[in-house]
Design a protein around this ligand. Structure first.
Ligand code: CA
Length: 231
């Protein structure tokens, strides 16, 4: 056992929910730090150096969204929001503030554990990993060579299509909001041009998906944005 257990910070005020989460995470080999308030959670997030944060939104002394806003300038630690609020606008706000994932309560523990594994994988493969080759299904994206394959066939993408795909690939599994994708691929002046995204996403699906009308790889998060499925 050379590597220490990843540290998960659970910020959740419901004692029963917290007990269930802590027990499950312990059982799966994680080291757990827990907090029932926004204030203590913020202190632990910066002081205890967690590998992942599970964050409830409704906390007695504040809102998880405010906590995300405060944390993001200080740390890139993955934040998985766990909330009973399932509205698109709550998700959108969380992702725009820099949350990495969002689970609406009630969720299954298996689902949560899967999301934690994805978040940890991202954290260990930082954004600049340009030599990485990403494979999902029969699609292979070579970020070093800037080439894309479906099976053995090379897929020819326009520079913008490639930039959009590469952005999603570098953090596969993570949800990007429309705004984040427009800003990254087209630039900060274009964040209102959501039709660009629709057009280019349709082109990418046409080139990469077996059935572009039922995408399995380039997945829509309704009202929020897109994610590249990575399993
Ligand atoms: Ca709560």
């Amino acid at each position: 056992m050379a590597t220490p257990a990843p540290v998960v910070l659970v910020i959740e005020d419901d004692p029963q929910m917290r007990r269930v989460l802590v027990a499950a995470l312990h059982n799966h080999g994680y080291h757990v730090v827990e907090s029932g308030t926004a204030r203590e959670g913020l202190a632990q997030a910066t002081g205890r150096n967690p590998d992942v944060i599970l964050l409830d939104l409704g906390l007695p002394d504040g809102d998880g969204l405010d906590l995300t806003r405060k944390l993001r300038p200080k740390t890139r630690v993955p934040i998985i929001v766990i909330s009973a609020r399932g509205q698109e606008r709550d998700k959108l706000a969380a992702f725009d503030l820099g949350a990495d994932d969002y689970l609406t309560k009630p969720f299954s523990l298996n689902e949560l554990l899967a999301r934690i594994r994805v978040a940890l994988r991202h954290a260990m493969a930082p954004l600049g990993a340009e030599d990485a080759v990403f494979t999902v299904g029969d699609v292979r994206v070579d970020l070093g060579l800037r080439r894309v394959f479906r099976g053995t066939e090379e897929v020819h993408l326009t520079p913008t299509e490639y930039k959009l795909l590469a952005t999603l690939v570098r953090q596969a599994g993570r949800v990007f909001t429309h705004r984040q994708l427009l800003e990254t691929v087209w630039g900060a002046g274009q964040i209102e041009q959501t039709h660009y995204l629709r057009v280019y996403m349709a082109q990418l699906r046409h080139k990469l998906e077996p059935d572009p009308a039922r995408p399995r790889l380039l997945v829509t998060e309704p009202g929020v944005g897109y994610r590249l499925r990575d399993e």
